[in-house]
Design a protein around this ligand. Structure first.
Ligand code: BGC
Length: 382
């Protein structure tokens, strides 16, 4: 029998440990009524990273974290109700540091390329860090939107999360204090709605996008060449050898970039066409057919074996269709090796290098204005 003295000491100790464990579990995993679950997901530069899981009434789930605003998972049903995660990604936050392919991230301040890491605005020359040969790709090197810690909070009364970030004047060479807000909302129509908002105190270029790599069969389950894709664009912006637009808006008709009718990605990807050779596949900005600034369908992708469909609608003027040409099997996720063309991106955006192309729709945000863009990813199966 245990001496009385000892049992008196042990009981409060157990109670204390129990309370600590329960509190810890509540802190590490909390769910509110709106379908948003939060989970501690590690730390970065001393700041805690939280994983937000948004779930709707059909069981569709989106996971996103405040490191880079990265969408880590999108679980959607196939035509038989079988769920799969349809974006390339990792299980642990640390695996996203670094994240050379920009899996799932918010890209900015300037998504896509700026030629020679340079632009002129209001008579001043601005130089940016170069990270893609002579170009600046996806905003620079150090404090780019994919690799900073955002402030985050679940949205009130919605299945959603809000990420905010202040990009300071001069950050990565860009002018102005830029206040950015990006929200992810999931509704019961199986739509993930991404809203981008920003204000500045100096004239500055801005181009924001999301860099998710989709494989509607399920991440890691082979390449994406068998997907059929429709892109609502009669023209694209051809590029030079540095993947910088030449300025031309070329009709897709008669080229392997004609996706105006649903076409298998693999059908023409190896055609002997200069633009495909330069980009090692599809890596081009398409000029979305639109009248006015509203939301229009930019693209639809269909995966025949699972029946999964992704529709992308947006307020943006362009969409970069990128077929994961630079994935080379050196990155793994969820135990799968991500090989060449294991994912495709539909990055809604302004045209690449717009600050150096006065004929392209302007990307300059001025004090007093608010930058607004919306992109909707809608999932279904047929
Ligand atoms: C670009 C690709 C690039 C990829 C990853 C895409 O937006 O168009 O050329 O390899 O991002 O950086």
């Amino acid at each position: 029998m245990m001496p009385r003295r000892a049992s008196h000491q042990v009981a409060p100790l157990f109670t204390l440990v129990g309370v600590v464990l329960v509190l810890h579990a509540q802190l590490a995993f909390a769910k509110d009524e709106s379908g948003v679950t939060t989970q501690a997901f590690g730390t970065h530069n001393g700041r805690s990273i939280t994983l937000y899981t948004l779930k709707n009434s059909h069981g569709l789930e989106i996971e996103a974290m405040n490191y880079g605003g990265i969408i880590a998972a999108i679980r959607v049903p196939d035509r038989n109700g079988k769920m799969a995660d349809v974006v390339l990604g990792h299980e642990r936050m640390d695996d996203y540091v670094p994240n050379p392919p920009y899996f799932g991230a918010i890209v900015g301040r300037y998504a896509n390329r700026i030629a020679n890491g340079m632009f002129i605005l209001d008579g001043r020359i601005y130089t940016l860090p170069k990270n893609d040969g002579p170009n600046t790709l996806h905003g620079g090197i150090q404090r780019t939107f994919d690799k900073v810690v955002w402030d985050a909070a679940p949205l009130n009364g919605k299945t959603g999360v809000e990420f905010t970030y202040l990009s300071k004047d001069g950050e990565e060479g860009f002018p102005g204090n830029l206040k950015v807000k990006v929200t992810y909302t999931l509704n019961d129509s199986n739509e993930l709605i991404i809203n981008y908002e920003a204000t500045t105190d100096k004239d500055t270029p801005i181009n924001l996008s999301n860099h998710s790599y989709f494989n509607l069969k399920g991440e890691g389950d082979g390449d994406i060449l068998n997907h059929e894709i429709m892109i609502n664009a009669d023209r694209f912006t051809p590029v030079n050898q540095n993947l910088i637009p030449t300025g031309e808006l070329r009709p897709v008709k008669g080229t392997p970039l004609d996706f105006t009718k649903p076409t298998r990605i693999g059908d023409h990807i190896e055609d002997n066409y200069d633009q495909l050779k330069l980009a090692h596949g599809y890596d081009h900005n398409f000029v979305i057919n639109r009248h006015g600034n509203g939301i229009v369908l930019a693209a639809r992708a269909y995966e025949p074996t699972t029946g999964r469909v992704l529709e992308v609608s947006t307020t943006q003027p362009g969409v970069q269709f990128y077929t994961g040409n630079f994935l080379d099997g050196t990155i793994t996720g969820h135990g799968h090796v991500y090989k060449r063309r294991y994912g495709f991106c539909l990055e809604t955006q302004h045209f690449p290098d717009s600050p150096n192309h006065p004929s392209f729709p302007s990307t300059i945000l001025r004090p007093g204005e608010t930058f607004h863009q919306t992109t909707i990813f809608r999932f279904s199966a047929k």
